[in-house]
Structure formats: structure tokens, C-alpha cells
Design a protein around this ligand. Structure first.
Ligand code: SF4
Length: 578
């Protein structure tokens, strides 16, 4: 994985590419690499949709090997949604295939002339860039069906739907899963709009004839991998709860904790929760012949995903994740799993972030455009986005824009990005992460639900402020490092609780690269990444005032605990003091 592929979309005679040896960024993968490239090659004041921005697609350090869980792909750019640096992370098959093709990163630079659309095919024989006007405004499922007709069902695809082509700031980039369905998404921050601005619709990755990447010390690597998998299988969350119910196992738990944002963050409990719980949805999937336990890429042993069938037993979408079930469910007052599944399908098909879409629809409900609980109205609203109507373009630009246009004060966003499925008044630690993350509101950036709610890695009372800053800081550092390995973040449950599983991960990295890293080196990597990101954001104009939650979280009490967000500004400003 020692090559970087630079594709310049601006050339007059058509896009050109060059391969270069990865010297400047050597030893980096995933988020470390996307962050380093964006920080060093993109002007912080560049317009995110301009010729100056770049889109970096990078597998992790262990991707393409036999390491379990190593199929996460990092996509980086300057974000059209937040105006800051962005790393959006996805599962699916692409990371493994790209790594086997020996690329540490693809960098899309410049932009194609207005109206031109391209596809890029990469295989063992080289790189081919072709005009693709036939795919204009095609939704992701239709697009991938066409690819399948031409290239078969073994290739991995990275694509945008109509939302990305329209350069909407809540648009995602889709990655195909094991069954070649466009169900996995780098959802956050409008990365799809940046790909659309470059004029790239589709990247097809074909690793036919190529082998897995080999470790420097194969024996030690295999032994460490075995130990790592054993640790994942033993832990209650990664070994039992996630495989059985997926991430949606959290709906009942977070509702019980009073932190499930309901009706646009007006309540912490949703009366319809039992109809949309992980247990209920897994039961529906089983009864309809779908699969409630499914991996998003080969080599995943947790398998938190699944498939969802409609009432007639036909595949409708992947198992909606907790974030989607919350965003389109509780947050919109919708308690019908089939409606939520349809919304999940539409988001995937048009190429939209389900979190920002659910938040935007809820804001529209609060504005009176439709009523809370109106499932059909929500479906129609998302269809407006697919059609590109003026209203659809507003919704597709995310919750912040929707709230501004519709005059709604309660806009649940930080740095322009929608707050995910945990109310920070009832779970203070995650509020610290939302406020201070370099990425805008992002639960995955420092997932304090671990110690606040799940009692993983210790316990910090979610309703108190004590210990939250330390918790968020430690998790933000660890996450930045994990995001660089290509590992799915859900390994964190096991490595936080089981020192031997954490050691197995380090042993795997050491055996693969012939290194002798320690836990301290991993923490140092996390700090380095966050420092680069903070520095970029500062140069892009962010100040300490951007590291705050919207005011209403400090003034409007959240039932049932009547809680307010109480972590002080001074405490928030100390998160990155290490
Ligand atoms: S645990 Fe879930 S998100 Fe993580 S790699 Fe497996 S299926 Fe994908």
C-alpha cells in the first residue's frame, strides 16, 4: 500500500492521473492520512465546492489484510456542511479492495467542466477514466444495477446519488456491501457534494487476481488476530448484543436513560419506543425471512448489520441502524418500522446522511410543514430531495439550513452538523464530544455512551458534569487512532474493557509493519491527528465559541429528568489541553 493515486479532474483534454510513491505521508492510513493530506494540501479558507478542495479516499493501515474488522474506509475533505476539516468513515467492501490494489489513497483534485460526469475504473491493469453521462442523476441502487450488468457482482463501488450531483451539503458517498448493495455510507459532512463538485459519479474497484496484503511477521500476526477475535467474541456487547439486535439495541436503553431525543429534541423519552426497538425490528426481520445478523464487509466478526424485508418478504434496505431509527423514528414521532425502513432506503438511494435528514425533517415538522408522526409526509419530503425541488434542496442541505429557512429556533446542530441520537442534557459526556469535536456534532468522535450509559470502560454518571471532559478527551484521542487503522469503531467496547484485546490490536499492527509500538504511541497518534484537525479548523476561522452546544440545551429543561447541559465553557475549552 505504498502508492497514492492523484486524479486531476481539471485538465482541458479530460481528467488525468498519476501514481506517486507514498513518501510524504508514509506510515499513515485512514483518518491520519486523509487529515494529513487535507491539512497540508487544501487551503483552510478554500470554498469546499471549489477547485481548491480535494477529496481523499483512504483505507486503514490494516485494510486488505486478514485482520478481522479492518474494512473501514476514510473519506476526507473540507466539509461543505461544517466549513471545517472532515473525515467521514464507512464500512463496505471498498477499503479492502483499494488496499489490495496497493493504494494508500486516491486523491480527487480540481473539477471537471460544469455538467460533465465521470466514472473511474481501477483494477490490476491500471486506471481508466471515462465520461459517464448515462449515469446522470441516477439513484445509487439503479446505478449499481447497471454496474453489475457490465462489471459483474465482484467489484466494489464508491458512488454518489442525485444529492451529491446537486452538491447538497447533507449528501453522502455510498460504498457497496458484500452483496454489492449501496447500503454503506460515508454519511457525514456532505462528502458526496465534494465528489459531485469534482464531476465524479462512480469509482469501481476490482481486485480480481490480487491477494491479501501480507504481514511482515505472518505467524505473530495470525496469533494476534486470533486473540483479537476471541476478545470480540467474549465481550457482551460485541459478542452478543450487537450481533443479535444491531446498534438498534440502544433504542430501549437510551430511552430508559431519558436521552432519546423525541419530536425534535423536545423530550428524552418516546412513547412509541417498543414498536421501533432493536428487539422488535430483529423479530420483524426474522419473521419476514430477512437476516438480522450480517456483516457490512468480509472479515467483520461482530456483524451488527442485517437486512430488512418489506411485508411481501422482498429486500427493502439494510437493517436500519440506531441512528436512523432514532432520526426518522423518535425524533420525528414516527413509530412504524416499515416507514423508517423506507426512509432509510430513500436516503441510501439518493445518497443522503440519515442523521441530518431525520433532523431536518423533524425541524420541518416543528415548523408546521407536516405533523410529528406523519410517516407518509416524511417519505414525501425525502422524495422532494431526490427530485431536486426547491424544498427538497433545502431539506437536503441539512438541519441547520432547514431551521434557518423555516425560522425554527431549535436547530440541533454544532458547527452546522446535526446532533445524533443522544440528548446531551441527559448524557453530558456525549455533549462534550458534540461541542468540541473537530468534525461538528458527531457521536462517533468520542463515544461517551460507553462509560455514561453502558458502563464499558468504567462509569461516569451521565447527569453529572464530573469526569465528562476527561472521558471525552480520552475517547476522542483513542477514536482518532482507531479510525486510522481501518478497524470498525465498535471494537472499542472490547478493547476498553479487556486490556488483552487492546494489546492484541497493537500486536497485530506491530506484526504487520514490523514495529514495536506501545499503547502510548497509539495515544500519541490520536493526539497528532486531533492537533492537525484543530489547527486546520482554526485557520478556517473556528474559535472557542464554535465549541459550544446550541443555547437551548443550556436553558430548556429536558423531560423526564428536567436536565440541562451544565458542562461549563471553561471545561469545554480544556478538552484539548494535554
Ligand atoms: S460491526 Fe457493524 S459497522 Fe462494524 S464492520 Fe461489522 S457490520 Fe460494519
Amino acid at each position: 500500500m505504498d502508492k497514492i493515486l492523484r486524479i486531476n479532474m481539471s485538465e482541458k483534454a479530460g481528467p488525468t492521473f498519476k501514481e506517486e510513491k507514498n513518501e510524504k505521508y508514509s506510515g499513515m492510513g485512514g483518518r491520519a492520512l486523509t487529515t494529513a493530506i487535507i491539512a497540508s494540501e487544501v487551503h483552510p479558507m478554500a470554498h469546499p465546492l471549489s477547485v481548491e478542495n480535494k477529496l481523499v479516499i483512504a483505507p486503514g493501515l490494516l485494510s486488505g489484510s486478514l485482520a478481522a474488522m479492518s474494512g473501514r474506509l476514510s473519506i476526507g475533505c473540507k466539509s461543505p456542511l461544517t466549513g471545517g476539516i472532515k473525515e467521514s468513515n464507512s464500512g463496505g467492501q471498498a477499503a479492502q479492495v483499494l488496499a489490495r490494489l496497493e493504494y494508500a489513497a486516491i486523491i480527487l483534485e480540481g473539477m471537471a467542466p460544469e455538467g460533465e460526469l465521470y466514472q473511474i475504473l481501477i483494477n490490476k491493469d491500471g486506471v481508466k477514466i471515462e465520461k459517464a453521462p448515462q449515469y446522470k442523476m441516477l439513484p445509487n441502487y439503479d446505478l449499481i444495477a447497471k454496474v453489475q450488468e457490465i462489471h459483474g457482482d465482484k467489484v466494489a463501488c464508491i458512488s454518489i446519488g442525485p444529492a451529491g450531483e446537486m452538491k447538497l451539503s447533507a449528501s453522502s458517498i455510498a460504498i457497496t456491501d458484500m452483496e454489492q448493495r449501496p447500503t454503506r455510507h460515508a454519511g457525514r459532512g456532505g462528502v458526496g457534494a465534494v465528489m459531485g463538485s469534482k464531476g465524479v459519479k462512480l469509482i469501481i474497484l476490482d481486485d480480481a487476481g490480487l491477494k491479501n496484503r501480507e504481514a511482515a511477521d505472518p505467524e505473530k500476526f495470525r496469533a494476534a488476530n486470533r486473540k483479537f477475535v476471541e476478545g470480540l467474541r467474549t465481550h457482551a456487547v460485541t459478542g452478543s448484543a450487537l450481533p443479535a439486535y444491531g446498534t438498534n439495541v440502544l433504542v430501549n436503553i437510551i430511552n430508559e436513560a431519558g436521552g432519546l431525543p423525541t419530536n425534535n429534541f423536545q423530550n428524552g423519552r418516546f412513547p412509541g419506543v417498543s414498536a421501533i426497538s432493536g428487539e422488535t425490528i430483529a423479530d420483524i426481520e426474522t419473521r419476514r425471512g430477512a437476516n438480522p445478523t450480517h456483516g457490512c464487509h468480509r472479515g467483520c466478526v461482530i456483524r451488527c448489520s442485517g437486512t430488512y424485508h418489506d411485508k411481501d418478504g422482498n429486500f427493502l434496505t439494510k437493517q436500519p441502524e440506531y441512528e436512523t431509527v432514532w432520526a426518522h423514528g423518535a425524533n420525528c414521532g414516527i413509530d412504524d418500522p416499515d416507514t423508517i425502513a423506507m426512509l432509510d432506503y430513500l436516503d441510501d438511494n439518493y445518497g443522503l446522511d440519515t442523521i441530518d435528514m431525520g433532523a431536518a425533517v423533524a425541524v420541518a415538522m416543528e415548523a408546521g410543514l407536516l405533523k410529528f408522526g406523519d410517516g407518509e409526509g416524511a417519505i414525501n419530503l425525502i422524495k422532494e430531495v431526490g427530485k431536486g425541488t426547491p424544498l427538497g434542496k433545502i431539506i437536503g442541505s441539512g438541519a441547520a439550513v432547514t431551521a434557518k429557512v423555516l425560522g425554527v429556533e431549535r436547530a440541533p446542530v454544532v458547527k452546522g452538523q446535526a446532533i445524533p441520537a443522544y440528548d446531551p442534557r441527559a448524557i453530558q459526556g456525549i455533549g462534550v464530544t458534540y461541542a468540541t469535536s473537530t468534525q461538528g456534532a458527531d457521536h462517533t468522535a468520542g463515544y461517551c455512551i460507553t462509560a455514561n450509559i453502558l458502563k464499558v470502560g468504567g462509569f461516569v454518571d451521565p447527569l453529572k458534569t464530573e469526569g465528562q471532559v476527561d472521558l471525552s478527551r480520552d475517547l476522542q484521542i483513542a477514536t482518532a487512532a482507531i479510525d486510522s487503522t481501518g478497524m470498525c469503531l465498535f471494537i472499542a467496547f472490547a478493547i476498553l474493557d479487556q486490556p488483552e484485546t487492546f494489546q492484541a490490536l497493537i500486536d497485530m499492527l506491530n506484526a504487520f509493519y514490523g514495529l514495536s509500538m506501545t499503547g502510548d504511541d497509539v495515544a500519541a497518534l490520536g493526539k497528532k491527528i486531533l492537533t492537525m484537525e484543530r489547527d486546520f479548523n482554526k485557520k478556517a476561522g473556528f474559535t472557542a465559541l464554535d465549541d459550544r452546544l446550541p443555547r437551548y440545551f443550556y436553558t430548556e429543561k429536558l423531560p423526564p429528568h428536567d436536565a440541562l447541559f451544565s458542562v461549563t465553557d471553561m471545561e469545554l475549552d480544556s478538552v484539548f489541553n494535554w
